[in-house]
Design a protein around this ligand. Sequence first.
Ligand code: GLU
Length: 553
Amino acid sequence: MTDIELANLIFPNITKTIDDLEKRYPPRNLPEGAEVTRFAPSPTGFLHTGSLFTSMICHKVAKQSKGVFYVRLEDTDTKREIQGSGKQLIEQLKIFNVIPDEGYFGDHQVGDYGPYVQSERAEIYNIVIKHLISIGRAYPCFCKAEDLDFIRSKQEQAKLIPGYYGQFAKCRFLTNEERAERIKAGEPYVIRFKSSGNHVRKIRVKDLVRGEFEIAQNDQDIVICKSDGLPTYHFAHACDDHFMRTTTVIRGEEWIASLPIHIELFETLGWKAPNYAHLPVICKLDEEGHKRKLSKRLDSEAAVSYFIEDGYLPKALIMYLMTIANSNFEEWILNNKFENMDDFVLTFAKISSEGALFDMGKVNFFSRELLAKFNKDEITALAKAYAEKYNPKLLDLINKDENYFKEILNIEREKENPRKDYEKFGNLADAIEFFYHDSYMDKINERCPFNEKFTADDIKLVLSNMKDKLSLDQDEQSWFANMKDVAVSLGFAANNKEYKAAPESFKGTVGDVAEILRITLTGRKNTPNLYYVMKVLGKEEVDFRISYIISSL
Ligand code: GLU
């Protein structure tokens, strides 16, 4: 029996050929240098921060070269699939403005190179597998789990590389007649690629991030089609990236080890392999200070949903991830005042191959900078949209009086160097709740962290004078000068220098007086500018709070 006859026996209904596929998916008509990239998630759960990193780079590389960025859903692992997660991944990408030009969009698909969902591409895979069988480069394998276990144990004993290769590839040595007989008898089988490599030989490969390096040739007869008829990643990747005309495969470094398989598949099929860029993983330090991969199980920041639900600006996370991607980005974006990052040109050569450590402090930094750029109406609209979805406590505060909320957020905002008090919406309600009478009353009795060096009488004296002598109907400078006068009249030093020269002559400094007032009005040591806090609270509430603390001391 010839290989062609065997191929016909296995795929009697496949009549199309690779040539037909080449015609159906012609090379793309794009300008010189345009890169076609793809993000190829498996629908097995939430969008990992590492996957956002990869997809952001894929998107950027395509955009800056006037190419195409598409999404392909790799749903061939039916056991691990989580219903609905494919659609959710796309929705999350959209939140981060990583929007594909074509491909899988959750409930529909766009583009001429589809279908973009692997489970819908069976015919394409079967055409290619039929071709490989007919040229003697693929064969059915009937080995059961116990046969594979037996092979593995023999290899372990002999300290050999594990796997299905060379003399261990039992089903390689069956005749086509034996194969046909077993297929006709209904025995289950997978289809394996027949490798012609030898792991003792090295091949040189080129990676856009790591440069050129040597790696052992593939000699494993990998499974290309599982017993459920679905392809494996290795094989589907080669078919899809070829027929979808991907120029640049950007993926995680965990795939480097299988690169020789992919290269052999492309060579066997006579296809030009795409360029590869293997990205470093994002890491974290464990308790002992060792680097480990950001883990879905252990780290909340491994899921992009964490940033969405905690009210970070998506752009802040993207900017941060760009700093991991290209070390020169940070300086660039600072010079560009955190504006549009479209003009930044990302280069593979500047991507470090070392796993970057995830730095939450830096995400917070970008988020603070970006939040400070909005005017009070913009930030209120954003906060409200967030609160409506994720934060009832914040929504409640906003809905009490939206204008009041705007005034709170407007403290030292719409100016040349705005204050950067807030980094996310997730903790905004806690940060501002003291502005609200009821919340203030709820918390003030438990927390009034006055400096213990002052007696209740000292504090009362300060507060009653402040209440009587400090008018809010003056500008900030006069108000402060006025407060200083009151402080001095009560025996406090006008500044630190004076105090340090003769501490025994003073009760404290004007700073202590301001702190007493701040704690009285807010229950906190750190707040936005006290003068403006008081302006927002209004005279009546300020007077009330001062009287309340005086009476409760
Ligand atoms: N589905 C693969 C994964 O999720 C894609 C890898 C690739 O980008 O080729 O890891």
